[in-house]
Design a protein around this ligand. Structure first.
Ligand SMILES: Cc1cc2nc3c(=O)[nH]c(=O)nc-3n(C[C@H](O)[C@H](O)[C@H](O)COP(=O)(O)OP(=O)(O)OC[C@H]3O[C@@H](n4cnc5c(N)ncnc54)[C@H](O)[C@@H]3O)c2cc1C
Length: 457
């Protein structure tokens, strides 16, 4: 139990509505999209770095763990609290401080919703690269802490590629500034990129300087279907080795094709074993030339059918099929484990063949789709009952999937992070001596280990 005197102290230093301690008020701050839930004993809000500093300083002095929270859309329990701790929600720190078009940068507080920033930038014909599918709800702070990105990461990168500098409060309550406001800079160690993807264990982000880019004014979308997995994989490799970098390059496997057809009747023809959705962006004057070049290249490779979307309605129709997958997965019911592994794209065929063999071996239905250009595949294991989901068979199946991914030079998480859910698998990927180094780095930032303890590293 968190001592009541601490709650009393927070009520003294923060505005009255910035401290929640009643169960009914705190409940909603105890879970994320991992579906784990731990009842927070106290939820704090801050709307300035000075308030974060005061909270952390007190927690440091009294060794109280802090779980930092954006909007709780994470998939791995990163913002789920531990017992005897406080949750610090940054949803009120939601100001866009500056949009500086000339210098291609934006300065934001961590609680700004990704979509809110994109909408503001769009008014200036600019955008911020990272576009996780949760962008209508997730915060820039959460995006940075998890290095979250979406389909256009293939061309425009993840937060790690789209950040210039940060301000954060370390575990002792000190404010640190990292990075630069210029597109070049090489002074000191690169703490900015160390912080990105650190899942809240190194500090609490209070401000970020983001690299922004001008928007292209036109896109062209293609859907390509295949009768074999290998021809899909060969097409993906071809698309990644020619000079017109795809804006988005998505993949669905045979199980996904069936699921899409069950929702969007006969979207794919019979005997379709996989499909690729390709989008390119560019200037309206050049995009037709580029798409003709691409079409010729694609026609020279084995495929079943190529559909080109010419206008907004046709583009939306093609994306509707890809986006129907998540609701379709929900509709089939049962219990799901959703992994987000990534492998070098030259190993995609081998990975998918291995997944098919693992699925047969363990009798587990596996549906695969994802961001093919990054080799980042969402591997969905489907179970009829919760007992099956939590069984030894399911654990062994997952272990074998991760072993296969690592054998293929891949990673066990392309975008969701480790959090609590994947902690037991961390040592599969990171060797002991490197993990010790990471823990020593954490100690420098957070000597009492009060920031997001027992998460990530
Ligand atoms: C429908 C849906 C679609 C999704 N699609 C994608 C996708 O396409 N790509 C993708 O990568 N992810 C996706 N996700 C996962 C999730 O949305 C992202 O991880 C997102 O970046 C989390 O943001 P959040 O604001 O909800 O953070 P939270 O879930 O609240 O927190 C995530 C982590 O960040 C830490 N954190 C949050 N704010 C700060 C801060 N200011 N300082 C330090 N640490 C902080 C938390 O402690 C936690 O460890 C999806 C989730 C859902 C529910």
């Amino acid at each position: 139990m968190l001592d009541k005197k601490h709650i009393k102290y927070f009520k003294k230093i923060l505005p009255v509505d910035f401290v929640l301690s009643e169960e009914g008020d705190c409940w909603a701050y105890g879970y994320d999209n991992s579906k784990m839930h731990v009842m927070p004993e106290c939820v704090l809000f801050a709307d300035s770095k000075a308030q974060i500093k005061d909270i952390v300083r007190y927690c440091f002095e009294n060794t109280i763990p802090i779980t930092t929270r954006g909007r709780g859309t994470g998939n791995t329990g990163g913002s789920v609290p531990i017992e005897n701790s406080v949750v610090l929600s940054l949803e009120k720190m939601n100001k866009i401080i500056d949009i500086d078009i000339s210098n291609r940068l934006a300065v934001v507080q961590p609680g700004v919703i990704n979509k809110t920033l994109q909408d503001e930038l769009q008014k200036e014909n600019f955008f911020w690269g990272p576009d996780p599918s949760s962008q209508d709800y997730s915060t820039i702070g959460g995006n940075i802490a998890n290095n979250s990105a979406g389909p256009r990461a293939i061309k425009y990168g993840t937060p790690r590629d789209n950040i210039l500098g940060l301000e954060f409060i370390s575990g002792t309550g000190e404010i640190h500034k990292t990075g630069v406001k210029t597109s070049k800079g090489v002074v000191g160690l690169d703490l900015t990129r160390l912080f990105v993807g650190s899942e809240g264990v190194l500090g609490i982000l209070s401000e970020a300087t983001l690299k922004i880019l001008p928007l292209n004014n036109s896109v062209k979308t293609f859907e390509i279907t295949f009768e074999t997995l290998k021809s899909a994989s060969d097409m993906i490799i071809m698309l990644m080795t020619q000079p017109i970098t795809p804006y988005k390059l998505e993949f669905v496997d045979e199980q996904s094709v069936k699921l899409i057809n069950s929702i969007k009747k006969n979207h794919f023809e019979i005997n379709t074993k996989s499909a690729v959705l390709l989008e390119i962006d560019g200037d309206v004057d050049f995009i037709d030339i580029q798409s003709k070049k691409l079409l010729k290249l694609m026609q020279s490779k084995e495929h079943k059918k190529i559909t080109i979307a010419e206008n907004k309605t046709e583009i939306a129709e093609l994306w509707k099929a890809r986006k129907s997958l998540s609701p379709a997965l929900k509709e089939i019911g049962g219990y799901k484990i959703n992994e987000d592994i990534a492998v070098p794209i030259s190993n995609l065929t081998r990975l998918l063949n291995n997944l098919s063999a693992i699925s047969k071996k363990y009798g587990v239905r596996i549906v695969n789709f994802g961001h093919a250009g990054n080799g980042n595949i969402h591997v969905n294991l489907i179970f009829d009952t919760i007992k099956e989901k939590n069984s030894e068979n399911s654990k062994n199946c997952l272990e074998e999937i991760f072993d296969s991914v690592l054998d293929l030079n891949g990673t066990i998480s392309g975008e969701h992070g480790i959090g609590i859910i994947k902690k037991s698998f961390l040592e599969k990927e990171v060797d002991k001596i490197t993990l010790d180094l990471m823990n020593n780095i954490k100690k420098q930032f957070d000597p009492k280990k009060i920031l997001n303890p027992n998460k990530s590293i």
